[in-house]
Design a protein around this ligand. Structure first.
Ligand code: PLP
Length: 396
């Protein structure tokens, strides 16, 4: 046992994957489980993208470390169309899931990691695995869980030239909240002032319910890396395809990550890369798929939000992604009388007594006694929902 790296010792396996395995195990025993733990898209992959994967099943060779040129071109075209940017195919790096790319970024860069509290479950453990310090930036429910430029400035001003990466993720996992243009601009200005590397995790960028998602790269182009992939908007989490789009100024960082890639996973699955070209090139069918997915998720999210509010939980209305982050503190006394004092105990009791699987707020950076949790509202038949689309489905 003592041969195990000290950084890894004590870290639990990924919280979301743990709850998913437990839910599957209980289901296999015949228990009726509602799986609101793992954040997996409920929708099938768009048909044309599946066809493209099948058509390329014979592609067996290793591909270039940074990804297929045609795919890098498709992703650069996609981001240029949606963000009015001028990236080129050379700015794109492909990886087996954005999670792997995020880890490689931390390996390649030696600065501190800044993340808002709450944040996605894996950023902090990834930093811990490689012995990097993590600074949590406070955010508040009454402020829609948005990081403010002031909070960012406070943490940076003590040591202004310290190298740092800020990860901003919106629409957010776990809160479902996003940012206004003015807020993005203010954060971008602070990031520029302190020369931060800004990793904008836009894996849910296509899953927004109102208006249009905008990348913070518009306001801090020289220092922002955009993270995207197929997992959330195209429903293909298990295909494992992620992409980073770098500004030319950060090419040395991309080069460093490519060295790590070449010595670790070599290249991302070939059939998946070919299918991803179809997905990122888009088309009317994909636009329709996205429109209907957003409609369904908005209806389901608003329904869950209303029900949680009626129960007495404090919860923000989701603006995108597929998550709600309710606070159950108003139940503290009643729960304490049943010896439930932590979010983890609450989630365990819920799963055992009601069969509902959710994740404790402690997995997202809060202390154990913060009685909050994350619900992923994805346990429904997404294929059927897309077919019926929207309002009618919610009534069912
Ligand atoms: N970032 C966020 C905020 C996520 O929620 C997830 C997946 O749950 C990821 C990154 C990783 O996605 P993938 O590795 O499937 O691209």
């Amino acid at each position: 046992l003592y041969a195990i790296n000290l950084n890894v010792r004590g870290i639990q396996p990924s919280a979301t994957l743990r709850i998913n395995e437990l839910s599957n195990h209980l289901r296999a025993q015949g228990k009726d489980i509602i799986k609101l733990g793992l954040g997996q898209s409920p929708f099938p992959v768009p048909e044309r993208v599946v066809e493209s994967l099948k058509a390329h099943a014979h592609e067996k060779d290793y591909l270039p470390v940074r990804g297929l040129k045609d795919l890098r071109e498709a992703i650069s075209g996609y981001i240029n169309r949606s963000e009015r940017m001028r990236s080129t195919w050379e700015d794109v790096l492909i990886g087996p899931g954005s999670k792997e790319l995020l880890f490689m970024l931390q390996l390649a860069y030696y600065g501190d990691l800044l993340i808002p509290r709450p944040s996605w479950v894996s950023y902090a453990p990834q930093a811990r695995i490689i012995g990097r310090s993590v600074h949590w930036l406070p955010t508040h429910a009454e402020n829609n869980w948005q990081l403010t430029a002031e909070e960012l400035d406070i943490i940076c001003r003590d040591d202004p030239s310290r190298p740092r990466i800020l990860i901003l993720n919106y629409p957010s996992n776990p809160t479902g909240c996003t940012y206004t243009d003015d807020q993005l601009l203010a954060i971008a200005n602070v990031a520029r002032k302190y020369n931060l590397i800004l990793l904008s995790d836009e894996i849910y960028g296509e899953v927004h319910f109102e208006g249009k998602h905008k990348s913070i790269a518009r306001y801090y182009p020289e220092g922002t890396i955009i993270s995207t992939g197929l997992s959330k908007w195209a429903g293909a989490g298990g295909w494992r395809l992620g992409a980073f789009i770098f500004p030319p100024e950060l090419r040395p960082l991309q080069d460093a990550m490519a060295i790590i890639a070449s010595e670790t996973f070599t290249s991302t699955s070939a059939p998946t890369q070919y299918a991803a070209i179809t997905a990122f090139n888009g088309g009317d069918d994909i636009t329709e798929y996205l429109t209907q997915s957003r409609r369904v998720l908005k209806v389901v999210g608003e329904y869950m939000h209303r029900r949680l509010n009626e129960m007495g939980a404090v919860v923000q209305k989701p603006e995108g992604a597929f998550y709600l982050f309710p606070d159950f503190s108003s139940f503290r006394d009643r729960l304490a009388s049943q010896d439930i004092k932590t979010a983890q105990a609450l989630c365990t009791a819920l799963l055992e007594k009601t069969g509902v699987a959710i994740l404790p707020a402690s997995d997202f950076g809060f202390s154990p006694d913060h009685l909050g949790a994350r619900l992923a509202f994805v346990d429904f038949d997404g294929g059927q929902a897309l077919a019926i689309a929207g309002d009618e489905y919610a009534e069912k």
